[in-house]
Design a protein around this ligand. Structure first.
Ligand code: PGA
Length: 247
């Protein structure tokens, strides 16, 4: 991989600040390769706890609101996340799309706001089982990328290809399948006018990544790392996935 690999943890609604801090201490104590970037997206309340001390990790959030501020009870802004120590933000996760009806247009607004606030967007895309069965995978990915990235002008965006049918199911995509879709995503990035992005953008695979699955996935030239849910909650298991980058 010519792009520096990223292994990102998406903790979803797990871990208090205290638990997050203990995880970070444990992971920090392990022998980590400097050739891998480790990203962690804890809960909002755990963010300032884990970013209070210097660590080799990059911290981010799992979602944000598209407005600067205002009467949006329970929401959080890009500026608040920045202030809490976030450097990136996950946008368009399929759980947000499905459970909170987030559309590509909304994700686009959030992405624009994240870039304005100097938060690096980690944009998640992926097809459902139904869409794959109907032969619509490529069309879905193209639409998700095209709408979310319309007129976005930033140096860096990270993409996570996460087939919805693979998330939390124990049924990861095969390395060949992931490689094929990542290559396709690069062709879309080139098509929508981001030639530079097509080559430079890190595209992570997400969906039931385990240490076993990771090694074969990371050998694919266009798989630049992983976005890990369940297996990132335990420092040892997450560490084993990180080690899969340089077997
Ligand atoms: P999983 O989740 O690794 O538990 O499948 C991945 C994700 O939702 O980002």
């Amino acid at each position: 991989m010519s792009r520096i690999p990223i292994i990102a943890a998406n903790w979803k609604m797990h871990k208090t600040g205290t638990e997050a801090k203990a995880f970070v201490e444990q992971l920090k104590g392990l022998d980590l390769s400097s050739q891998v970037r480790i990203w962690i997206a804890p809960s909002f309340t755990a963010l300032p706890v884990v970013t209070a001390k210097k660590t080799p990790f990059v911290f981010g959030a799992q979602n944000m609101h598209q407005a600067d501020e205002g009467p949006f009870t329970g929401e959080i802004s890009a500026r608040m996340l920045k202030d809490a120590g976030a450097d990136f933000v996950i946008l368009g996760h399929s759980e947000r799309r499905m459970l909170y009806q987030e559309t590509d247009d909304l994700i686009h607004l959030k992405l624009k706001k994240a870039v304005e606030a100097d938060l690096l967007p980690l944009l998640c895309i992926g097809e459902t089982e139904h869409e794959r069965a109907a032969g619509h995978t490529e069309r879905v990915l193209a639409a998700q990328l095209t709408v979310a990235l319309k007129d976005i002008n930033c140096a860096e965006v990270v993409i996570a290809y996460e087939p919805v049918w693979a998330i939390g199911t124990g049924k990861a995509a095969t390395p060949e399948m992931a490689e094929h879709m990542h290559l396709y995503c690069r062709s879309i990035l080139a098509d929508i006018g981001h030639e530079r992005w097509a080559e430079q953008t890190s595209i992570l695979y997400g969906g039931s990544v385990t240490a076993e699955a990771a090694r074969a996935l990371f050998q694919q030239p266009n798989v630049d790392g992983a976005l890990v849910g369940g297996a990132s909650l335990n420092a040892q298991t997450f560490y084993q996935i990180i080690q899969g980058v340089n077997p």
